[in-house]
Write a protein that binds this ligand. Structure first.
Ligand code: GLY
Length: 371
């Protein structure tokens, strides 16, 4: 569906109830409600790219469900990220995500519901294409937040989720085999040499067009606010490509890969999870917004915190700056939003009543991670 048709169908399909009479007078529609919040859905850039053979991207789907169908915000966001989880072409999320060092796809996800003040997560789960739905089930059906590994898979099996032996696609298996051929992980070099070898192999594979640099850490984060001002968020990922089996990144950890305060806003992340975990940036961003910062300033402050706390030589480039990328997506209770990144070149997805867009992230630094 193109942007023009989307805007027309969104307005025709439901927003008219909320926007009259200005729209009837031919003026730009303004959604009216007690809080005067304009609904918005934001996501990492893959949220406005993959369609899994359907008509809509993640942000379009979530926005449409929220505004036309009256769906719960979290249900809408999860339906959106399900598109990306199920799409074999995104090799950083769900089915077809780049596997761990043993060639096994292990997935992490969490979700948070602002109005309900509930959250759920799974980590290192195998065999389920849509870990975000399992995370939601943890939220809704247990007294816990996080279930991991075999336990998460058994929990999902018990609820009737389809468990598959292998979530690799031909592409993800082929790229993993090439990585294995170039760098035998069974030698487990000392940490410094291993990190250096890993960077070298990844650089080579990116240069040869085998690996999308944005998908090394992968992930989709998606956050939304509806006309009633209800805020939710979800993050889902296959994590770091070829990670040590069992490695869990920032995505399923509240305060790191995602944080939502229903009165303040939501924030989530993609990129180097370890850097985010050391600084709990999604929590930091929401707390910054609580103190009145705009989402953009709140996110840039998190990038600054990461930069200040990145001191190990192996994590610095020739200019003494972080040698990795990290992005944050933030949305406040007024419906203002931003995407920010450590370096220029990153983008993020948004869908409002104007339709879906991909916008540039605001970078903290100049230059490139790998200079
Ligand atoms: N941010 C995704 C990960 O590090 O696993």
């Amino acid at each position: 569906m193109n942007r023009r048709r989307f805007v027309q169908s969104t307005v025709a399909g439901g927003l008219t109830l909320a926007v009259a009479p200005r729209a009837l007078l031919g003026q730009a529609p303004t959604v009216m409600n007690s809080k005067s919040v304009k609904p918005a859905v934001i996501a990492s850039a893959n949220g406005n790219k993959f369609k899994n053979g359907g008509e809509m991207t993640c942000v379009q789907k979530a926005f449409t469900m929220m505004t036309q169908g009256g769906a719960d915000v979290l249900d809408a966001l999860i339906a959106g990220v399900n598109i990306v989880e199920l799409d074999p072409l995104d090799d950083s999320v769900g089915y077809g995500g780049l596997p761990n060092a043993d060639g096994v796809v292990q997935l992490d996800s969490c979700c948070m519901h602002g109005p309900k003040r509930r959250a759920g997560g799974v980590a290192c789960i195998e065999g389920v294409r849509t870990p975000s739905l399992v995370a939601k089930a943890v939220m809704e059906q247990t007294d816990h937040h996080l279930i991991v590994g075999k336990g998460a898979q058994e929990f999902a099996r018990g609820l009737g989720f389809k468990i598959e032996d292998d979530l690799n696609t031909e592409h993800s298996r082929k790229v993993w085999l090439e990585w294995k051929r170039r760098m035998d992980p069974s030698h487990y070099l000392d940490p410094e040499k291993r990190a250096e070898a890993r960077r070298k192999v990844m650089r080579e594979m990116v240069a040869e067009g085998m690996l999308d640099p944005r998908h090394i850490y992968g992930t989709i984060n998606c956050d939304g606010i509806n006309a009633k001002g209800e805020i939710c968020g979800v993050t889902t990922t296959s994590g770091l490509a070829w990670k040590i089996p069992g490695r869990v990144g920032d995505s399923p950890i509240l305060g790191a890969g995602l944080y939502v305060d229903g009165e303040i806003g939501a924030a989530g992340s993609t990129g180097r999870g370890e850097a985010n975990l050391y600084n709990l940036c999604s929590f930091l961003i929401v707390e910054n917004m609580r103190r009145g910062m705009h989402p953009k300033d709140a996110g840039l402050d998190a990038c600054k915190r990461i930069k200040a706390n990145t001191v190990e030589k192996r994590l610095l480039n020739s200019k003494g700056k972080p040698n990795f990328g990290i992005n944050f997506y933030a949305l406040n209770a007024k419906g203002e939003y931003a995407g920010v990144s450590m370096y220029p070149g990153a983008s993020y997805a948004v869908c409002t009543e104007k339709g879906p867009e991909t916008l540039p992230c605001e970078p903290l630094l100049e230059g490139k991670a790998d200079e």
